[in-house]
Design a protein around this ligand. Structure first.
Ligand SMILES: CC(C)(COP(=O)(O)OP(=O)(O)OC[C@H]1O[C@@H](n2cnc3c(N)ncnc32)[C@H](O)[C@@H]1OP(=O)(O)O)[C@@H](O)C(=O)NCCC(=O)NCCS
Length: 336
């Protein structure tokens, strides 16, 4: 029988064993997966911040770790929610290990008074929720799909002709704006506007039927997030500034994990009154220029977009992004 134990993140050997098991289990089904780095797992769990807490579980069989689970909680906002990710080594599947990890995660989140739990199920090409291990497992655990996103990937450098075409498309529309960029720390002069855009992003990002609440960003949250992120990632932010009054109308954000060859294009937001001027494309072009100039070692860009978010999806296809897998955010709500 497997035994499920909690991993002490300060125990470096146990944490490394957790991370290696997670890597191996995920990589088996998902050649295109972007998996958290050792560095980021270490930083997130050994020095947790004020906004999120994790409990790591390991399933042990004859002294060997054969599966892992990450149970996460938001600490300021969304205090009814938990996130639970379960991964089992391919060699040890269909023996109740996933269920044992899930049930221990569930016991813990209920004990903490959290009433909803969600987890990601990735479905590869040619598969569906009804045919993939991830989908069948989550469904057997009582979860349903509450939200979907495609994981899109783009090889770098992007073809020059494609880039010129995009620049031409933007030229006629976005001339009322210029672009300001920064890295790991937002300049003081933009903090208020950047927090307002992050709050808007939290409210506007499509989240389907997920039981998630928008979060209000303030300077303390921003500075804490910047400081923590900088330990594992370099950030690139491009914001669109209206020339005549200096108002920021949108932003896009890249994470460059230290020591890796990929880039994550995370948030992209255009504020409601600034939409329709191709600012999304202009901002993504600006970040692409920075990656090309300052980070030529990066080979791929990755982003996640809801298939029904036509404006963003079309913008991404325009750059040459292709869908490599679909993510279903699976959810279970008590009493439903
Ligand atoms: C999904 C995953 C965690 C399942 O782990 P596991 O140890 O094989 O799961 P269990 O043996 O405890 O299975 C529990 C139930 O899930 C369902 N299930 C799991 N995998 C299945 C599969 N390949 N086909 C059909 N049903 C499956 C079954 O109902 C099973 O109960 P049963 O064996 O009594 O019929 C594992 O395949 C994995 O790590 N996949 C990659 C990561 C992932 O997808 N995580 C979950 C996302 S929500």
């Amino acid at each position: 029988m497997v035994e499920v134990v909690e991993v002490d993140p300060q125990d470096e050997a146990a944490l490394r064993d957790y991370w290696e098991t997670e890597q191996q289990a995920i990589r088996h089904d998902r050649p295109d997966a972007i998996i958290r780095t050792w560095d980021s797992l270490r930083n997130a769990t050994q020095t947790p911040g004020p906004f999120y807490r994790r409990e790591l579980l390991a399933a042990r069989l004859d002294g060997r770790t054969v599966g892992v689970a990450d149970l996460g909680f938001w600490l300021q906002g969304n205090d009814h929610l938990a996130g639970l990710e379960v991964n089992v080594l391919a060699s040890h599947r269909r023996r109740g290990t996933g269920r044992a990890l899930f049930e221990e995660g569930e016991r813990r989140r209920r004990a903490l008074g959290r009433t909803s739990v969600s987890g990601e199920a990735y479905v590869g090409e040619g598969q569906t929720l009804e045919t993939s291990a991830a989908g069948l497992f989550a469904t057997a655990m009582g979860m349903t799909s509450a939200h979907q996103e495609d994981h899109l990937a783009l090889r770098l450098p992007v073809d020059e002709t494609q880039v010129s075409r995009l620049r031409d498309a933007v030229a006629g529309h976005a001339s009322a704006y210029d672009v300001v960029t920064w890295g790991d720390r937002c300049p003081d002069e933009h903090v208020e506007a950047f927090c307002a855009m992050n709050t808007q992003m939290s409210a506007d990002v499509p989240s389907g039927a997920l039981d998630v609440e928008a979060v209000v960003w303030d300077e303390a949250r921003l500075r804490s997030s910047e400081e923590r992120t900088a330990r594992s990632f370099h950030r690139v932010i491009a914001a669109a500034r209206r020339r005549d009054d200096g108002v920021l109308g949108g932003y896009t954000l890249l994470y460059l994990p230290h020591g890796e060859e990929h880039v994550l294009q995370d948030d992209t937001l255009v504020m409601p009154e600034h939409r329709g001027s191709r600012l999304g494309t202009m901002l993504k072009l600006a970040t692409l220029d920075i990656v090309r100039r300052d980070h030529p070692e990066r080979q791929t860009l990755h982003t996640w977009t809801e298939p029904d978010n036509h404006a963003m999806y079309r913008t991404n296809l325009g750059f040459g992004y292709v869908a490599v897998e679909r993510m279903h955010e699976m959810q279970l709500k008590d009493g439903v």
